[in-house]
Design a protein around this ligand. Sequence first.
Ligand SMILES: Nc1ncnc2c1ncn2[C@@H]1O[C@H](COP(=O)(O)OP(=O)(O)OP(=O)(O)O)[C@@H](O)[C@H]1O
Ligand SMILES: [Mg+2]
Length: 243
Amino acid sequence: MSELVRLTEVTKVYQGGITGALNGVSVAVEKGEFAAIMGPSGSGKSTMLNLVAGLDRPSSGTVTVGGTDLGKLGEAGLARFRRDHIGFVFQFFYLLPNLTALENILIPAQLKGNVVPGRARELLEQLAIKEVADRYPALLSGGQQQRVAIARALINNPTLLLADEPTGALDTHTGDQVMELLGELHRHGQTILLVTHDAKLATRHAARVISVMDGKIVDDARLESPDRTASEVIRVRGEEVSR
Ligand SMILES: Nc1ncnc2c1ncn2[C@@H]1O[C@H](COP(=O)(O)OP(=O)(O)OP(=O)(O)O)[C@@H](O)[C@H]1O
Ligand SMILES: [Mg+2]
């Protein structure tokens, strides 16, 4: 495996903040990993994810993704980096209400000038929500909305999928299904960095758990074999794949 993300001595102090939201964090994530970031509210998890996404800049230290030092990019370069390399999934989906599911999924592709409806339909099928393509978000369940948001995050084939509490607004069963889906994407090579409060979900699906407390990494555990309860055979686009 090769390294995809590296944070070196990253500190983030927000304007008006007395203590740092992140305090000298150094960590690396390999290509193909599925890592969960856990920690109490306010410990700096979202801050970390936003810095990796290039949505915000550190006060000091460096963030490198795919060999690119994000600190060396200007605003336009950073926007291009996000568009081309990062897929981001949020707790509250943020779908545009006046666009259909399919149109929502295509937004990042449109921004890139590379509209690929075939790919969008393929993702809808892979995420088992083919039937919602032409529906508006208000008519979708939370789980369906999150799947649409995941498809939107994947449409440009991002190097890195970031998810900040993607199950936070879902009931346990639906949350578990969304996590299972992320696990499936991971088994097909997608690098995923996920923030979650839920230790059970993290250890069941992710292969590494990075614990954050007061802006510092206090534990970094690689799980030999994640405690998965799903069957050994999964279905991808109708085909059975063993893992
Ligand atoms: N834009 C901001 N301006 C000022 N302070 C901020 C900002 N965003 C976060 N903070 C502060 O930085 C610290 C870390 O916040 P962060 O959002 O990263 O925590 P978190 O671990 O994601 O918490 P939660 O689990 O509640 O989402 C907190 O003390 C928070 O109040
Ligand atoms: Mg957060």
